[in-house]
Design a protein around this ligand. Structure first.
Ligand code: MRU
Length: 351
């Protein structure tokens, strides 16, 4: 996608450095962060300089490649095993992270030139992520008619992937095809990925949108002011249950009550067949500071973090919730749009 007329990906590898758009500064500052080794890339994933399922996956694949660069010949395997554990401990819910570390290691250890193969495989993962997201956009745009009012949650736009995004990709394709669309952007407390990142993306693309308080979605849905809801996914269980940013479950239940189609857009790399149901998905518990404090621009134009809750109260911060498959109309993947159930998912993955 373009920023200031220049095409960017969210994350890329150049020489031995991983470069990432620093998402902690957006929408106020556009800066590129450089991680020179896998430890710094891990830190960037943990602190959400890079975030979103596909972008985390690509960053994790590149971090793994960086570990292969840095691993000494003596103790090579032990170094890689430790690096893999470090990378996988950064964020537990996003399936794409584990998909990438496993894929890079499997390919590299099978090869005579593990360092070179690790880099090639990491690039492949990043390229596939961008291609799959584009395809999701093309397939998903078939669900959108001109004049539609869409709703989304969190940010599953291009910043959350290497390019294009998932939940927003159908909107981008529809907009490029001259369909007239409007997006309700749910702010997504506590970190406000909707208000900050999704709104920034849509503004850059010139797509009509409005930020709404998370708590206002029910009212817009109940008044039938929403035609279609599309969200992303951090992990999809074998039975179609979906872990996504906290607040997704409430929207899905309300959408079902009012008969509004509720779709989840995600590449097949987000599906975890080892996870039978959503109850087995590990939900990341993040720092209470994300609830207690907000970061924004102060009157001097400087980014500042301020306390927005009663001093001394504690906070709970589960980053994701699980939406049972029964509330989901369909899964939009790069291989097709399917029902969220065991058979449809197994059949899709066997293609
Ligand atoms: O905690 P984040 O910002 O990394 O959460 C990921 C998300 O952006 C959402 O849950 C998203 O809807 C799915 S990931 C594309």
């Amino acid at each position: 996608m373009k920023v200031n007329n220049k095409i960017y990906r969210t994350v890329w590898l150049e020489n031995r450095s991983v470069f990432m758009i620093d998402q902690t500064l957006l929408p106020f500052e556009f800066k590129i962060f450089e991680a020179k080794n896998y430890h710094t890339t891990c830190q960037a994933i943990k602190t959400m300089i890079v975030r979103g399922a596909g972008a985390i996956g690509a960053a994790a694949g590149y971090a793994m490649a960086q570990a292969f660069f840095d691993a000494p010949d003596k103790g090579f395997k032990e170094f890689i095993a430790k690096a893999k554990t470090d990378i996988e401990n950064t964020r537990p819910t996003a399936q794409n992270l584990f998909y990438a570390t496993n894929r890079v290691c499997a390919a590299a250890f099978k090869s005579q030139t593990p360092r070179k193969t690790a880099v090639q495989e990491a690039h492949k993962i990043a390229n596939e992520d961008a291609d799959n997201a584009k395809r999701i956009g093309e397939l998903g745009s078939g669900l959108i008619r001109s004049g539609f009012k869409l709703m989304t949650h969190c940010n599953a736009g291009w910043l959350a992937f290497v390019d294009w995004g998932t939940a927003l990709a159908p909107t981008y394709v529809s907009h490029h095809n001259s369909k007239n669309v409007f997006v309700y952007v749910s702010e997504t407390r506590p970190r406000s990925q909707g208000a900050k990142l999704t709104a920034w993306e849509l503004k850059n693309e010139g797509i009509d949108h409005a930020i709404i308080a998370d708590a206002a979605s029910a009212s817009f849905i109940s008044q039938r002011k929403v035609d279609l809801i599309i969200v992303g996914a951090d992990r999809i269980a074998a039975n179609g249950d979906v872990a996504n940013k906290t607040g997704t479950l409430a929207k899905a239940i309300i959408a079902k009550e009012y008969n509004i189609p509720f779709y989840v857009a995600a590449p097949t790399s987000t599906i975890d067949l080892d996870c039978q149901t959503g109850r087995r998905i590990t939900i990341e518990q993040r720092s209470e500071d994300e609830v207690l404090y907000q970061t924004g621009l102060n009157s001097k134009g400087k980014i500042e973090k301020i306390l927005v809750c009663s001093p001394g109260s504690k906070a709970l911060n589960p980053a994701f919730d699980v939406t049972p498959a029964q509330y989901i109309t369909g899964l939009i993947t790069e291989k097709g749009i399917i029902k969220p159930d065991n058979n449809s998912i197994a059949e899709l993955l066997s293609q």
